[in-house]
Write a protein of this length. Structure first.
Length: 112
């Protein structure tokens, strides 16, 4: 498992369900074909962050061997069941070279 090269954007959707769910969709870039199992791994805290932003790492399994090819797109998603909506202000997704933030305030509400 390794961090992807770059996060391009993230999209949040609040799913109308019981318990509520937050769907996180992230798009990024990797430096070669063959990356598998893309995922968003949450960072765990003793206390929820004071800024209200939950951090995730955008990781995937890299291909075996060395490859010098152009960059390729990669996508990962996460369903966060019962997020702390009273404290949560947004999501921050990290890659090896950058991070992108998206705020709950701008999330669309979607029926399940």
């Amino acid at each position: 498992m390794a961090s992807i090269m770059k996060v391009l954007d993230i999209h949040l959707s609040l799913l109308k369900s019981n318990p509520p769910q937050l769907h996180i969709l992230a798009h990024g870039l990797v430096g070669s074909p063959g990356w598998t199992n893309p995922r968003l791994q949450p960072r765990f805290y003793i206390d929820f962050p004071k800024d209200g932003i939950q951090d995730f790492d955008f990781v995937a399994d890299p291909p075996q061997g060395v490859s010098i090819l152009p960059v390729y797109p990669i996508t990962a998603s996460e369903h966060w069941e019962n997020p702390p909506l009273k404290k949560l202000k947004g999501v921050r997704v990290h890659s090896a070279n950058n991070f992108v933030e998206e705020y709950i305030q701008g999330a669309k509400s979607v029926a399940c």
